[in-house]
Design a protein. Structure first.
Lengths: 113, 111
């Protein structure tokens, strides 16, 4: 049982480039999330999805886009990368109940130079 | 809006000593409260959670936490720390898309 899988683990982008961070889960979870983690800060929610075809903005969505065509996959797209998007990105999933724990992927370290 | 404060950025304890990590929250209703642990290069893993009932909750790896409504706190404790407990610990409040995480407390364990 793989859980939540993120790729790539590391990436360096030049300013203005674009890329997609991949996330897939094999637990048939309804909810999926993208967070970013900056040094000395807690995780901030970028986007989330409550099911296939449904996405919504979180706390810090600017500069990102998402899609949810299947239950399993929830890619995060960065368009026109900026240095402010240098961060560690975590994908997470949960079944959906309010007290359900989040299952996290191992993260993507992204640097924009 | 809800928020979480972890007052201690970094704590160092000796192996075998007791541990308490502090967490204070602000939330409008009865909160769902969580503690997660993050080992280097890994995602976060749930240690324990509270949403109702007994205010002292037990988690994995020998951790426990106590919910104190009057103090808006949810402190994490362990009676005897092991070297493998060295990690970053995050307190979180809320649920689903309304989850807020503290800035984390980094735990160093001295031999």
């Amino acid at each position: 049982n793989a859980g939540v899988t993120q790729t790539p683990k590391f990436r360096i982008l030049k300013i203005g480039q674009s890329m997609t961070l991949q996330c897939t889960q094999d637990m048939n979870h309804n909810y999926m999330y993208w967070y970013r983690q900056d040094p000395g800060m807690g995780l901030k929610l970028i986007y989330y999805s409550v099911g296939a075809g449904i996405t919504d903005k979180g706390e810090v969505p600017n500069g990102y886009n998402v899609s949810r065509s299947t239950t399993e996959d929830f890619p995060l797209r960065l368009e026109l990368a900026a240095p402010s998007q240098t961060s560690v990105y975590f994908c997470a999933s949960s079944y959906g109940s309010s007290n359900e724990k989040l299952f996290f992927g191992s993260g993507t370290q992204l640097s924009v130079l | 809006a809800q928020s979480v404060t972890q007052p201690d950025i970094h704590i160092t304890v000796s192996e075998g000593a007791s541990l308490e990590l502090r967490c204070n929250y602000s939330y409008g209703a009865t909160p769902y409260l969580f503690w997660y642990v993050q080992s280097p290069g890994q995602g976060l893993q749930l240690l324990l959670k509270y949403f109702s009932g007994d205010t002292l909750v037990q988690g994995i790896k020998g951790f426990e936490a106590e919910f104190k409504r009057s103090q808006s706190s949810f402190n994490l404790r362990k009676p005897s720390v092991h070297w493998s407990d060295a990690a970053e610990y995050f307190c979180a409040v809320g649920a689903r898309d309304d989850m807020r995480f503290g800035a984390g407390t980094r735990l160093t364990v001295k031999p």
